[in-house]
Design a protein around this ligand. Sequence first.
Ligand SMILES: NC(=O)c1ccc[n+]([C@@H]2O[C@H](COP(=O)([O-])OP(=O)(O)OC[C@H]3O[C@@H](n4cnc5c(N)ncnc54)[C@H](OP(=O)(O)O)[C@@H]3O)[C@@H](O)[C@H]2O)c1
Length: 565
Amino acid sequence: MPVKLESSSAESKGVSSTALQLSTVGLEMQEDLVGSSTGAAEEDLRNGLDGGTPIVNFYRGKHVLVTGATGFMGKVLVEKLLRSCSSIGKIYLLMRPKKRQDIFQRLKDMTDAQLFDELKATNRHLFDKLHPVQGDITMPNLGLSASDEALLCETVSVVFHSAATVKFDEALKTSVDMNVLGTRRLLVLAKKMKGLQSFVHVSTAYCNCNRSEVFEYIYPAPTDPDNLIHMTEWMDNNLLEEITPKLIGDRPNTYTYTKALAETLIFKESRSLPLAIVRPSIVTGAWKEPIPGWVDSLNGATGLFVGAGKGVLRSILCTAEKRADFVPVDVPINLMITVGWYTGTRRDGGKLLIYNCVSGERNPILWDEIQIWGNRILRQNPFNDAIWYPSGTFTSHYWLNNIQVFFLHLIPAHVIDLLSILVGKKPRMIRLHSRIAKAIRALEYFTTNEWQFFSKNVPHLLSQMDPRDAAIFDFDIKKIDWENYLEDYCMGTKLFVLKEDRDSIKKARNQLRRQVLKYCRILLHITLAVCLLRYYSHHMNVFKRIWFYLMSLVIRVHHFFVKDV
Ligand SMILES: NC(=O)c1ccc[n+]([C@@H]2O[C@H](COP(=O)([O-])OP(=O)(O)OC[C@H]3O[C@@H](n4cnc5c(N)ncnc54)[C@H](OP(=O)(O)O)[C@@H]3O)[C@@H](O)[C@H]2O)c1
């Protein structure tokens, strides 16, 4: 019997009948897990040992569907499936044409990325297993042609659903269309798949960020997903935007809200489909594979490193002593592949299992450590064309941060832009600063709060794995040495996001030294000129007029750029 998830009035007080019901769900799930450890799953594990490992054998000859393959996590998933499960059948990639590129060109661009280099050099023929399928999760029936739909329904055994909009402040309508309706459309397709053995849905640990403690449960939906979908279909966009803050309630953005609703849809179908949910926290550059430090997205923590490394991000509102829940991308990917196997081989009635893929519980890293190690690493391995020494500081005081932002971001940005204008270059620092400020504001909720994520299913799954599988599909977060990892992550950001050369480090160090000296000289001259002007403005009218003229000019330029962004 599916457990009914209903919100009660006591819910807001943190103690609710629902919470009790939910604990029961959790217990049920835990019992399932414990039951399986001595039963069929272990037998499957033993049976799988001939010729390969249990996980490799599970994927042997199986056809898999991946959504979101062109994304940061999707690419790592596809690469890992090809490299470690080379006997896999076909990997269908649901892709949409974009920027006048058809799906075949997009596949080519995707596999041209450096993370596929090893495969290209050693096993190029494995790319023949990749089959792009034109589709769009926002379109009815996923925008699939009748023949593609039939093909997927006949052949696919495992689905990895990673496609989503990860934009925190996406308009609610778009976010619902992609994250909620997109999931519903994929579930409808999954129901038609004749041989489906597992469906792994990628959620986020923060979909329940309105709670300080998050277990591997499905919590009561913030609203009924079907009602909300209906509402977004008929309601005027402006009105919808107006009521968005009311709808999302105590969640900080439409992303976490819609990902929570998607989980409710998954839960509803979990009696009829072999479903599982993996909830990563903040996904960062690779730990070990495909290349240590590999990352290709500026989202989240990587953006912070780029800003700090380039010297434009100097102050962030962040509670340094709180945990930053980082998980390197290969950790959730290896977990997802393992969950695919486990969901497909359990013989225990298959209740929905949720995996909180987090680091805070078993191997925490604090923001403070990131600040100290990050600044040191970035100074030792600077990025090219940095405008200042990497020296990002975290402060939990709102006003102190604002003052620091004013002196360390805004004033230098104005000075640099003024100099650019004077030498005939395009001013860009104030605009850049405004963009960074917007991105940082979206992250502040996550850098100033802390969550206690609990995960029993992840260590339990680890305990169920053949040791060879545990080595191949390693997601044991406990093994990560964060300081060493951050070195690789910063280097990965330099190499794969900024596309800078490894050999450029020495040059970048000299460049940085010269740049800082140059700014010191300029600053000294400006300070001297301002002091002299101020002094003479008290004594001579002409200087007084120049002083006021300059002041009003600075204010106007500032207003112009700030309102323009
Ligand atoms: N990155 C993180 O820190 C993080 C943390 C927790 C959970 N997650 C979850 O992990 C999943 C992957 O995240 P990510 O960081 O890899 O995101 P990403 O880099 O933004 O990739 C999103 C993927 O979804 C695809 N997609 C978007 N809209 C689509 C549409 N209408 N039809 C078909 N495909 C569409 C994108 O395809 P295009 O290339 O065509 O745009 C892209 O392949 C998401 O479900 C996210 O919620 C991510």
